[in-house]
Design a protein around this ligand. Structure first.
Ligand code: PLP
Length: 356
């Protein structure tokens, strides 16, 4: 559906675990000069994984859980569009090789959780090929955007990955929870997870999902995902996802046009912005107050029940984050948002200032 090979292997799992599974599979399939399955990770060399500082926290959990340790995660800086800095990535890999460490995986985000930024996936694929590293794309939120007709070459680059994680409970609108790991070579999951004890006398020529992930007994998560695909179809999803992205671009426009709001980023279906009282515009000394004000404002908006925005921190600025992943969101909702935010912003501002 998203341009990934149709003969890939895959498994639907509980939320978050798609990424854990893949990290484990990547490590198990690393070209290490020892038997990782028998001797464990890091037994002879320190294994290393790379991604940008905008990477989601799953990688910390995964590195911790699998005994790699969080020091194995190399956080690479980003450019002014919050995409991974490719030259910095190359340098870090080389440093690790020179130090005798074992780089095994590069993670590209498509898109990032804060702003929907998409890393230059084709460039990452090229590096991974050169250095013989596993290339994973974290498309938990944004991977499905590769399906729209005007998708960028950057996001379409996920077709080159060794594995892709996507969350049907995000942009396929499935009820919580259904995560999905796809691997280019189905054998990779078997290498990582399959054991064949004598008491499992199972038919051998069907897919036994317990051999593709950590769970033995498992629920039928595929049903809700499959039914929705049958009902909406590929075309239905193209339309719904395209609409969400168009609404987000419109949100950026209306936020930018509002005198008390300051727009920051727009990527995929995420728009970031903040409330700035008229007398504090263009005042660098007001930055720390603006952070406090917008932090309070997020809480006020969430409790208010009119709109639900979350937060993002971009270049040390505390921002409001509107992510549209609901096919029921309309243009009217988008147009109503700026004034709701401004009204709540004014109220929060006067409250905070009266306590000074
Ligand atoms: C949501 C998200 C995750 C975590 O996925 P869950 O299945 O919801 O736990 C990982 N990475 C990114 C980029 C995400 O947006």
């Amino acid at each position: 559906m998203i341009g990934y090979p149709a003969d890939c292997g895959g498994i639907l799992v509980s939320g978050g675990n798609m990424a854990n599974i893949l990290c484990f599979a990547a490590a198990r399939n690393a070209k290490a000069p020892w038997d990782i399955r028998k001797e464990g990770m890091n037994s002879k060399q320190q294994m290393r994984v790379y991604g940008s500082i905008e990477m989601h926290t799953w990688i910390q959990k995964a590195a911790d859980l699998f005994g790699l340790g969080t020091n194995s995660v190399r956080w690479i800086s980003t450019d002014d569009q919050l995409r991974i800095d490719v030259p910095a990535l190359r340098e870090r890999i080389q440093e690790d090789l020179d130090a005798g460490n074992l780089p095994f995986m590069v993670i590209g985000s498509a898109g990032t959780v804060s702003t929907g930024a998409v890393d230059p996936l084709p460039e990452l694929a090229k590096i991974c090929k050169e250095v013989n590293l596993w290339f994973h794309v974290d498309g938990a939120y944004g991977g499905f955007a590769a399906v729209v007709p005007d998708a960028s070459d950057d996001i379409r680059g996920l077709a080159m990955a060794d594995s892709v994680a996507v969350d049907p409970h995000k942009w396929l609108y499935a009820p919580l929870e259904a995560g999905c790991t796809l691997v280019r070579n189905p054998q990779d999951l078997l290498n990582a997870f399959s054991y064949k004890p004598t008491y499992y006398k199972l038919v051998q020529d069907v897919v036994n999902f317990f051999e593709l992930g950590p769970q033995n007994s498992r629920g039928f998560r595929a049903l809700k995902v499959w039914l929705a695909l049958r009902q909406a179809g590929r075309e239905g999803y193209v339309k719904m996802i395209s609409d969400d992205m168009a609404l987000s671009r419109e949100m950026f426009r209306v936020v930018q046009a509002h005198p008390e709001l300051e727009a920051f980023t727009q990527g995929l279906s995420i728009t970031t912005f903040r409330y700035v009282p008229s007398d504090l515009r263009q005042k660098p000394e007001a930055e720390s107050y603006l952070n406090k004000l917008n932090e309070e404002l997020v809480v006020r908006l969430q409790n208010g029940g009119e709109v639900f925005v979350s937060n993002a921190v971009v270049q040390e600025k505390y921002l409001l984050r509107a992510c549209i992943v609901n096919f029921r969101t309309t243009l009217d909702d988008i147009h109503a948002l700026p004034e709701i935010v401004a009204r709540n912003g004014r109220e929060t501002d006067s409250q905070l200032r009266s306590f000074k």
